[in-house]
Design a protein around this ligand. Sequence first.
Ligand SMILES: [Ca+2]
Length: 158
Amino acid sequence: MVYQNDPRIKKERPYLAKYGCAFTSLAYYREKYQGIPWHVDGLIAAWDAAMRVGVISGDLNGDGDYDDGGECEIQNWTALCNILGVHLRNVEGHFAIDDPLVKGNYIICAWFNPRTDYTHFVVGTHRPVEFDPIAGGSVTVKEGFPLRNGLRVFQRLS
Ligand SMILES: [Ca+2]
């Protein structure tokens, strides 16, 4: 699997490297469950396509970067699934670990590290997580905890 902090991605798409955790956690589904591996070029192309059509928000305040509030955020999860070619459909809302909808569906989960104040999406709600989009494992998962109501739920379409 390609990681969001892959050296080429860091160089060529720094905002994907910085903010692409949920994006990469969704992309992982294709490689793991549909058997279609990712390469850097394909992941970058999907990121660019999502930015181009506004499925991931762009430079909202027009200051030339993507670091401000609401920027580089996923606007339409199911549309992103389609761009990534993952056979999933988003269930609207934020869910807790004990929600009945969580069972049997594909889940990505926001973890929070109070020390760094970072939030980071991965596949998994307990350590060791199934997939962490940071190669070698993120500090957020090492030190932090899954946020209550931090789950995003996706129904498998095939
Ligand atoms: Ca901006």
